[in-house]
Design a binder for this molecule. Structure first.
Ligand code: SF4
Length: 376
């Protein structure tokens, strides 16, 4: 079953830590972009073949909620008319709290969206200002209420930890406010500062610093314990959910699934082939208008690529990976191939093996990059 990812590269302002494929909102460019995106989706159906089944749509960005609800409706319809979209398909819209109103939420819901993911990042005012975010903490709480008032029963909130000047008690405050708001799903990310991030300059100028690495580890472990106690289950390194509310779309990335990405910079993986669309918005629009391909990188994944990816993506899941199943799927004895490199991580308690199932412990999740490098 395919997942469909639709990229919307527009934002009202650019946050000082952001390394995503995005640019400033321009109404005229947005209109042309939506036309191009719809055309790319419709082209995905080969003339003589039945439509491929799909069960998730994910509008990611950027800030997809800057599109008009009627544009979201058009794009969902294009997906329905191109793919065999399953009843009950999960349709997620990434949303920034400042773009939310009850009326817009109602219209997004009528358009076919059934899951809202809010980029909250922090419930503390000074942290939001340091990150250059446009919303306030109170606006984020109101936005979640607006989604509820519009009838959404599947809401996710993102938070970021290890922010400049953030103390352990600051982080606890944000996590507790998130629990109080009560979303069905939450994502907890560690701030990653890419080399030329403007936030680095802001930090140098203002004398802001990051807490020591040990505090970042404590923040992570504390929040997962706290969320456990509040009825959430961690199902992936950075994600927790109430029962049955895991992100079905994102699970495709972690369970060796297949997905098609539409829009500038979107990636696709299907039938052992991975490709990426041209990144620049204008380039994407003009290629689509000229009837040229927008896919600029395409490669066949080797058997080794696929096996390595199947292992390191599945190990991100709290339930871990069923080694016998992956061995069967790829015709390789996974333990014979990787066991020797994994033994030291088992010995120090970063990995646990229960029968044929291998999984990271929470301490191991903190060392995930080192452990996953075994598979690359
Ligand atoms: S709203 Fe999101 S995508 Fe846009 S600039 Fe900020 S972090 Fe980046």
């Amino acid at each position: 079953m395919l997942g469909l990812y639709l990229h919307v590269p527009f934002c009202s302002s650019i946050c000082n830590y952001c390394n995503f494929n995005r640019g400033l909102f321009d109404a005229a460019v947005k209109t042309r972009y939506v036309d191009a995106l719809e055309a790319e989706i419709r082209q995905a159906r080969p003339a003589a073949a039945p439509p491929a089944p799909a069960d998730t749509i994910f509008f990611g960005g950027g800030t997809p909620s800057l599109l008009d609800p009627d544009e979201i409706r058009r794009l969902i319809q294009a997906c329905e008319e191109t793919f065999d979209l399953q009843p009950g398909a999960e349709v997620t819209l990434e949303t920034n709290p400042e773009t939310s109103t009850t009326e817009r939420m109602e219209r997004f819901r009528e358009a076919g969206v059934n899951r809202i993911s809010f980029g909250v990042q922090s419930f503390r005012e000074p942290e939001l200002r340091r990150l250059g975010r446009l919303h306030t903490a109170d606006r984020a709480v109101l936005a979640a209420g607006e989604a509820r008032a519009a009838g959404f029963d599947n809401v996710s909130l993102d938070l970021m930890m290890w922010l400049p000047q953030q103390s352990m008690s600051d982080w606890k405050e944000s996590v507790d406010r998130l629990i109080h708001v009560g979303p069905e799903h939450a994502s907890l990310y560690l701030l990653e500062l890419y080399p030329n991030a403007p936030l680095k300059e802001d930090m140098a100028r203002a004398g802001w610093s990051l807490a020591p690495d040990d505090d970042a580890a404590e923040m992570y472990l504390w929040s997962l314990d706290r969320l456990d106690g509040a009825g959430y289950r961690q199902y992936e390194i950075s994600n927790v959910a109430r029962a049955g509310r895991e992100s079905r779309h994102n699970l495709k990335y972690w369970t060796d699934g297949e997905w098609l990405g539409f829009g500038c910079g979107a990636h696709s993986t299907r039938a052992g082939v991975r490709w990426k669309n041209v990144s620049a918005t204008e380039d994407y629009i003009s290629r689509m208008s000229a009837g040229e391909t927008v896919a600029v990188e395409r490669r066949h994944l080797t058997a080794d690529d696929r096996l390595g990816e199947a292992m390191f993506t599945a190990l991100r899941l709290a339930d871990g990976v069923e080694i016998a199943e992956v061995s069967r799927r790829y015709g390789v004895d996974v333990w014979e191939k990787f066991g020797g490199s994994l033994e030291p991580f088992l010995a120090i308690g970063f990995l646990r093996r229960e029968g044929s199932r291998l999984r990271l412990t929470r301490d191991g999740m903190l060392m995930a990059n080192e452990i996953m490098s075994v598979f690359v």
